[in-house]
Ligand binder design. Structure first.
Ligand code: MGP
Length: 256
């Protein structure tokens, strides 16, 4: 089930989601200090939660991803951002594409995304749905609702939960531990909708695993593209792209 999410700003939502320095616990202070790298307009009324502070995609990285997708394939019109979180990526997809659809299981996250899209003035290009993506692999009717039947989705992006900041202590991140579905199940659920997919993953993700899941799902000759993104000289994460348009040999083949 995917249920359309409508946002109404109230004093109560301001009270809950306008994070002040004194509300922020010691564990996430380092992320709060970088708030302007997360959202350049952080101080203009951005909504945030503790969990989103460490999981939202920094603005420069989100801009890069949106522009990269657009330049690889200008024919992409509608982007689905699964696990939209605080809207870091949804905002940039809303800016660079005709339509961005954000999906999350958490109403708090959807509230933050909705408000943050207003702050960036892209809310006219964004639709939000409350949806439990873990059901994609078990519910036969998962794709039989307006989200999928009324939209032609050209690209799916997802920045799923990695299990919190402790991922960084691991030498290699096992992609069977992605939440709410392991890599193989997640990709299967996306490829039912489109062959153009981007996944934002820990920088220490097991690339052998990515390669073997790609071949298992798409065939022995299948490849994907891994791009590591840095901010202030420091690698933040990797984004993995599947789909012909993202392969360098096809650059220029998808002009409008
Ligand atoms: P980080 O790796 O926790 O911090 O988060 P830092 O300080 O850059 O790394 P360190 O090596 O110096 O410790 C970096 C970025 O990764 C965040 O801004 C998020 O964009 C992303 N990120 C981190 N976590 C824990 C998650 C997560 O659970 N889910 C998602 N989707 N992104 C995350």
């Amino acid at each position: 089930m995917a249920e359309k999410f409508e946002f109404v700003r109230t004093e109560d939502t301001d009270e809950r989601f306008l994070l002040r320095n004194e509300d922020v616990s010691a564990e996430v202070q380092k992320y709060f200090r970088r708030k302007l790298a997360l959202f350049r307009y952080f101080n203009e009324g951005i909504y945030m939660t503790h969990e989103l502070l460490f999981s939202v995609t920094p603005e420069a990285v989100a801009v890069f991803i949106a522009k990269f997708v657009k330049s690889c394939n200008p024919n992409i019109k509608t982007v689905l951002d699964v696990f939209c979180g605080g809207g870091g990526n949804t905002i940039q997809f809303g800016k660079y594409f005709e339509k961005a659809i954000g999906v999350d299981i958490s109403e708090d996250n959807l509230t933050c995304t909705a408000r943050n899209c207003q702050v960036y003035q892209v809310d006219q290009h964004v639709e939000l749905y409350k949806c439990d993506w873990s059901m994609a692999s078990v519910d036969q009717d998962f794709y039989s609702n307006d989200l999928f039947t009324k939209n032609r989705i050209d690209f799916i992006f997802a920045s799923p939960p990695w299990g919190g900041p402790s991922y960084g202590a691991l030498e290699t991140f096992d992609l069977d531990h992605l939440l709410p579905l392991k890599l193989e199940e997640l990709l299967k659920s996306f490829f039912r909708v489109t062959s153009n997919v981007g996944l934002f993953l820990p920088k220490n993700s097991n690339v052998e695993q990515i390669s073997s899941v790609t071949k298992k799902l798409l065939g022995d000759d299948a490849v994907c593209r891994i791009i590591y993104t840095k901010q202030s000289g420091h690698v933040k994460a990797m984004t993995v792209f599947w789909g012909d348009c993202f392969m360098p040999q096809n650059y220029g083949n998808y002009e409008n």
